[in-house]
Write a protein that binds this ligand. Structure first.
Ligand code: ATP
Ligand code: MG
Length: 650
């Protein structure tokens, strides 16, 4: 059988378009949707909230705006777990797979959890939490690996109107403690441990360190890795024992639309992580519609989002989004290179994944490992690819497109933030176009613009700062937990209380589509020219010997700033000749101002645990400044090598 082509050949403007087959399949393929939504975004979102979400009581006020604060769907009552579970079971989809869980150890079989089963587990665990004294409005910490108990715990909180705060399982006990103290959590849900590359890793020890001296009165422990752990009587409880005793029925608690659903910390790429606050009704509305339209989820799709549930991507696209649309999602416990570097592709092939969503950092890693790994497996089930987290360079985009998508599948490059709750800028697969390095159009009903430092809109082809305008999309953050001042100073000071400042730089590709070029602090002023580090990186990365790179500015007496490149090579040997070749390559691609003043060949770039390059650290290295908060660094060992390479004297 010949696999369907979902995209056309690339046109002379560099765009791919959906084929007739894609347009026919897609949940939305009429571009008029953009104009319709833009005419009256409040009306658009109100319609979508009613159409996609079941409300226990209808809302009366669509949007309330008291700059810099806003609220959505006031008067409405809703329960997020009901929307993810009960309504699908009521509609006769109880036997449908909600989660296909693939464990890491190869000798363990994948487990399918149906909507009916998931609902039962969630009700039981909600009752167990109740038994530990958890009430509506209470905070619950979740520190779990990629096992289905994490969705059970999140949805059980939502069922009671309790607020979850998930902490990435690879964070230390100290990081977890800071989050528990900030949220004053009553209960922590964790596990004995988990598997990472074949080895069981203890999590409970970290949890013990973390809860010491916090408000946590009970710790629930999932038995996953069979690790011997100490259990304090009266404080520590086994998950399975609580579940065995819990009754099967727990009514969902309808909460106000503006009731807090969760708090979650940002990645910490630009500084200390911020505790972002998300509410229920608006968040669920966008979680639903982004899955329907951008990931184009249908009844027969198998959606795999590789993000850890400790990030917002994991919240929205490994839990609330796919479940709210009643889709089947794949959830994988393991690492991409265990037992070998083809594991992800084996998982795709074995489970016939149709929609696959990952990050540029992973794509670049796979490209570096080589085509032989994906080539071992039949990836023809895939029909749509997605990326998120960082700007993607053309090299990586094309590799993803050709090697994983077989040149047949659109790529939706989704721009968003922990703060936005759901993706905001991306092409829609039934409408297109799909353009390497271009995220695309603001989702219908979203007003994003690119402005200069005076907040004046810039023209076609020009670059500036990415901002959002009212009505702020329903899923956006409402504040920073315990720190409304920080909310105001971070997002609503640069351009005043009526404009949301994203902190990202962007450029119009044409009059509709946006290329996100990177952080605003990553814009360089070289001899009077504004250059984004992302654009220079794109040029460096297009050289065949480069695997990945980061470009940051260094102060310069005459030119104000100059670009400095940190380059990881694809196995090539570093030399002065190669340095000169790369400098010349950038000069040819962009122009002489973009030519890096210096190139450092390094073995690794400093990355956050969410996989993003920490450019602020490279900048500090170059200017001998303190390195700042490094607790969210994934590879602290890379730092010494970088210090040496740059002659850091901080
Ligand atoms: P912190 O706010 O603590 O510095 P962070 O911004 O990395 O951390 P996240 O909310 O996880 O935390 O990441 C959002 C950021 O990721 C965006 O502001 C943007 O810079 C980048 N980003 C996400 N998706 C894309 C994309 N598709 N294209 C370009 N950049 C993206
Ligand atoms: Mg951020």
């Amino acid at each position: 059988m010949v696999a369907t082509n979902w995209v056309t050949e690339r046109d002379k403007n560099g765009c791919f378009w959906p084929t007739e087959a894609m347009k026919k399949k897609a949940n939305v393929s009429d571009p008029k949707i953009y104009e319709k939504a833009a005419k009256d975004p409040e009306k658009f979102w109100a319609e979508k909230a009613k159409e996609g979400i079941e409300w226990s009581e209808p809302f009366k006020t669509v949007y309330e705006w008291k700059p810099p604060h806003y609220k959505w769907f006031l008067g409405g009552k809703i329960n997020a777990s009901y929307n993810c579970l009960d309504r699908h079971v009521k509609a006769g989809k109880g036997k449908k797979a909600a989660i296909i869980w693939v464990p890491e150890p190869a000798n363990e079989k994948a487990i399918t959890i149906t909507y009916e089963e998931l609902l039962e587990k969630v009700q039981k665990f909600a009752n167990a939490l109740k038994g530990l004294g958890v009430k509506k409005g209470d905070r619950v910490g979740i520190y779990l690996p990629m096992i289905p108990e994490v969705q059970v715990a999140m949805l059980a909180c939502a069922r009671l109107g309790a607020i979850h705060s998930v902490c990435f399982s690879a964070f230390s006990g100290e990081s977890l403690k800071a989050r528990l103290l900030d949220s004053t959590a009553r209960v922590l849900v964790t596990s004995d441990g988990y598997y990472r590359r074949g080895a069981p890793i203890n999590l409970k020890n970290n949890a013990d360190i973390a809860v010491e001296g916090t408000s946590v009165t009970s710790v629930v422990v999932v038995k996953r890795a069979g690790i011997e752990v100490s259990m304090k009587p009266g404080k520590d409880y086994w998950f399975h024992e609580l579940m065995d005793k819990a009754s099967k029925e727990c009514k969902p608690e309808p909460v106000d639309s503006e009731h807090m659903l969760f708090t979650l910390y940002t990645s910490g790429t630009t500084g200390k992580p911020k505790g972002i606050v998300h509410e229920t009704g608006g968040y669920m509305t966008q979680a639903y519609w982004s899955c329907k339209w951008t990931f184009d989820l249908h009844d027969d799709d198998i959606f795999w989002c590789t993000a850890d549930v400790g990030w917002v991507t994991g919240h929205t696209y490994n839990c609330y989004g796919p479940l709210s649309v009643g889709a089947t999602m794949l959830f994988f416990e393991g690492a991409p290179d265990f037992p070998d570097k083809d594991r992800w592709w084996q998982v795709v092939a074995e489970n016939k994944v149709t929609v696959f969503y990952t990050a540029p950092t992973a794509i670049r890693m796979f490209a570096l490992w080589g085509d032989q790994y994906p080539k071992k497996h039949n990836l023809e089930s895939i029909r749509l690819l997605g990326t998120v987290g960082e700007p993607i360079d053309e090299e990586a985009w094309m590799w993803y497109f050709k090697t994983i998508g077989g040149g047949r599948c659109p790529i939706v490059d989704t721009w968003w933030q922990t703060e936005t709750g759901a993706l905001l800028i991306s092409e829609l697969p039934g409408i297109g176009p799909f353009i390497p390095t271009v995220a695309g159009r603001p989702f219908p009903g979203v007003t994003a613009e690119i402005v200069d430092d005076q907040c004046k809109a810039v023209g076609k082809g020009e670059g500036g700062f990415l901002i959002l305008k009212t009505p702020f999309p329903p899923a956006m953050l409402r504040t920073i937990y315990n720190d409304d001042e920080k909310y105001v100073s971070t997002y609503f000071t640069e351009y005043g209380p009526k404009i949301y400042f994203t902190g990202d730089g962007a450029r119009w590709f044409d009059d509709k589509n946006i290329r996100v070029t990177g952080r605003v602090d990553d814009v360089m002023k070289v001899a009077g020219h504004r250059l984004s580090t992302g654009e220079v990186e794109n040029a460096v990365a297009s050289h065949p010997k480069v695997s990945e790179c980061a470009v940051v500015p260094r102060p310069h007496e005459i030119k104000n700033e100059v670009p400095i490149a940190f380059v990881v090579l694809k196995g090539a040997v570093a030399s002065d000749a190669l340095k000169a070749e790369l400098m010349d390559h950038v000069k040819k691609q962009i122009g002489p101002t973009a030519k890096p003043e210096e190139i450092y060949f390094v073995s690794e770039l400093p990355k956050t645990r969410s996989g993003k390059i920490m450019r602020r650290m490279l900048k500090s290295l170059l200017t001998n400044k303190p390195l700042g908060d490094t607790t969210t660094l994934q590879n602290p060992h890379a730092v010494d090598h970088l210090k040496q390479a740059t002659g850091y004297k901080g």
